[in-house]
Design a protein around this ligand. Sequence first.
Ligand SMILES: [Zn+2]
Ligand SMILES: [Zn+2]
Ligand SMILES: [Zn+2]
Length: 362
Amino acid sequence: MSESGENVREIRINPIVPTESVLVATARGMRPKNAEERVERDTRAVVETCPFCRGNEERTPPQIKSYPDGDAWEIRIVPNLYPVLGDDRTQSNIAFGLQQVIDGYGRHEVVIDNASHGIALHEMTQQHLADLFSVYQQRMAELYASDRRLKYVLVFKNFGAAAGASIAHTHSQIIATPVVPENVQNEVQHSREYHKKLSHCVFCSLIDEALTYEATIYDRNSGQIRRKINVGQYVIERGQRFVAIKPFASRFEWEIHILPLQHEADFLKADRDDLDDFARVLRRTMARLDKVVGGVQYNFFLHSVPHGGEYDDCQESYHWHLEICPRTSIPTGFELGSGLFVSTVSPEAAAEALRNADIGDA
Ligand SMILES: [Zn+2]
Ligand SMILES: [Zn+2]
Ligand SMILES: [Zn+2]
């Protein structure tokens, strides 16, 4: 492993989903991908024509709920006007048979994250973010309770045009389906196999490694020390109960995962103290991203254990988390063709830059 700053050129296997791999190639001769153009963020608080702004409530389908109840709502949930395609027109980042399942008995809803039109996540208060994730929790629980055929309720957010959002007002989405999204299914399956073999949660193992200063890798055949990894370098932000980590084999250059330090498979079990600490870690992580990448467009995906009898055995092996995937470059033909992600910023260098970002007392 090179120290950050040095050139890296290697294929890394995702330890959670070994079928996924990334080519980390930071050598100077390697052609960088085209950076997505930085989009000027709409920072207005209120936009008269926006269907998601306060005062325009009649322009959305009748609301499912708001928090708090009444005209002074801060968070609001409404049905998606255009299920499946939604306001995004594309759901390419959700690779599963969405069309059929939503048409069947899935649900697709929009969460207006904040009354303020153009506010960014890191500009929201910690309390608001904790409230937002608490609202997700309540709605997820209601959806699971509403129809036992629903196996997965996915909460995700597209922020910025490159990430698929066409309505500028900050919002996220909830999709409830009778099938588990492919990438969650892969994580569930591989972490289950890992647990069967080693009686340990692979996510917990990775957190332990990330919090240890150094790990040593021995050559399988000779027993010689092959290389030492300075693993502390993958931690971006640490709270009392949560940690933000830059995955060793990230698909996206600035990808960050936030996980509970204590093993827990189910996001629905997080209590208010958990959500407060989670909100603080999320807010500070997004502030770091904003400082380093600037005006970042991203997706986030909430991954929690699926519902249904066949997932009962995953309480010990699965570990809920939030994946934050900034879109800073356009996939190259090579990536699209090979399915191998290419990262031109080494995860070590990215983590170092994020950790060193001066975000004051944010
Ligand atoms: Zn608006
Ligand atoms: Zn765990
Ligand atoms: Zn995940």
